[in-house]
Design a protein around this ligand. Structure first.
Ligand code: FES
Length: 310
C-alpha cells in the first residue's frame, strides 16, 4: 500500500487553505498580542525551556492511554476491564489538551503549503478523536456500552489517521527536526582557518561563507565577531539573510532568534540551539575553528580557495 499517495493528495488540496490559513492567523494573533506574557506562553509550548519540542513528548500520553482503552475494550469481558477502559479514556482526554495545544503552536508559523495542509488535517483528526472519545465516555457513564464501543472505535480510527499524518510531518516533511549542519563524522581541527578579512565585515551585517564542508554565517557586532552554522536549526532558513537584533541573529523565515554568543534560542518557534564556531582574529583575518568530515587540514596558511564570500 502506497501511503505516500494519501499525504501527497492532501498536500495538493488547496481548498484546505480556506480553513487552515485563518486558524494559523488566529493563533499568530493570539501569541502576537501585546505584552510579553503570551510570548512566554508560546515559548513554553514550543519547548524551548526543555531544548526539545514538547509536543513530541506529550503526544504519547493520550495515544498510549487510548490504545490501552482499545485493548481493554477488545478483550475486556468484566466490570474491571470496562472500568479500566473508562479511566484510560478519561486520562487520554485530559492529556490530549496540552498535546493539541503544543502541536498547534508548533504548526502555526509554517507557510509551506504541504505542511500547512497536512498539519491542518492532522489537527482535525485529533479533534475528531477527542470529541468522539468524549462522547464514548459519556455513553459509558450512561451505560450505553455498545454505543460507547462504536464511538470509541471511530475515535481510535481517527487517532491512527492522525498518527500517520503526524509521522508524515516529521519523517517526510521534517517538521520539528534539527536542520542545522551536522557533518556525520566530525573531526575538530586543532587550528583556526582564516575565512575573511576583518576589514571586510560591516557591523551587524551577516556574511555567508563556506569553510571546508560547512556553510557558516559570520557577524561582527559590538566589536566582536561571531560564527554560526548558516542553516537554521528550525527549518533550514538562511541565517545569513537574517537580521541582528539585540545580540541575536534572527532567522528570516520564522523569526527564531539565536544568541550570537552561544547559539542558544531566545525567541521564536525553534528549540534546537544553533551550532557555533570558535572565532579568533589574527593578522587582520577572522579565523574560525572549523569541523570537517575528512582528514583534518594541517596547513595554517590562508585557504583562499576554500573561502567564498557570497
Ligand atoms: S527556519 Fe524557521 S525560524 Fe529559521
Amino acid at each position: 500500500m502506497d501511503t505516500h499517495k494519501i499525504s501527497a493528495w492532501i498536500s495538493r488540496q488547496d481548498q484546505i487553505d480556506r480553513y487552515a490559513i485563518p486558524v494559523q492567523r488566529t493563533i499568530a494573533k493570539l501569541f502576537g498580542a501585546e505584552g510579553k506574557a503570551m510570548k512566554n506562553v508560546e515559548q513554553f509550548l514550543h519547548g524551548r525551556w526543555l531544548g526539545h519540542p514538547l509536543h513530541s513528548i506529550l503526544v504519547h500520553i493520550p495515544v498510549g492511554a487510548w490504545t490501552l482503552a482499545a485493548i481493554f475494550d477488545l478483550f475486556g469481558r468484566n466490570a474491571a476491564t470496562r472500568g479500566a477502559a473508562d479511566w484510560a479514556i478519561g486520562i487520554g482526554l485530559v492529556m490530549a489538551i496540552p498535546a493539541m495545544l503544543t502541536g498547534s503552536t508548533d504548526w502555526y508559523p509554517y507557510d509551506n503549503a504541504a505542511v500547512r495542509r497536512i498539519g491542518f488535517v492532522h489537527m482535525c483528526a485529533n479533534w475528531a478523536a477527542f470529541i468522539l472519545y468524549g462522547i464514548s465516555l459519556a455513553l459509558r457513564t450512561g451505560n450505553d456500552y455498545f454505543g460507547a464501543l462504536f464511538t470509541g472505535s471511530l475515535a481510535f480510527a481517527c487517532l491512527l489517521a492522525s498518527g500517520y499524518l503526524g509521522g508524515v510531518l516529521v519523517y517526510e516533511k521534517r517538521v520539528g527536526v534539527n536542520h542545522a549542519n551536522e557533518p556525520e563524522e566530525e573531526v575538530q581541527l586543532n587550528e583556526f582557518v582564516p575565512v575573511i578579512l576583518l576589514a571586510n565585515l560591516v557591523e551587524n551585517t551577516p556574511v555567508r561563507l563556506q569553510v571546508l564542508e560547512n556553510w557558516i554565517v559570520v557577524v561582527k557586532s559590538r566589536s566582536r565577531v561571531f560564527a554560526l552554522a548558516d542553516k537554521c536549526s528550525h527549518e533550514g532558513g538562511d541565517l545569513s539573510k537574517g537580521t541582528v537584533v539585540a545580540g541575536c541573529l534572527e532567522c528570516p523565515w520564522h523569526a527564531t532568534q539565536f544568541r550570537l554568543e552561544d547559539g542558544q534560542v531566545v525567541g521564536g518557534p525553534g528549540v534546537f540551539p544553533q551550532p557555533v564556531f570558535d572565532v579568533a582574529i589574527e593578522d587582520g583575518w577572522v579565523m574560525v575553528k572549523a569541523v570537517r568530515a575528512v582528514e583534518p587540514l594541517r596547513s595554517s596558511a590562508p585557504i583562499v580557495n576554500q573561502v567564498s564570500l557570497m
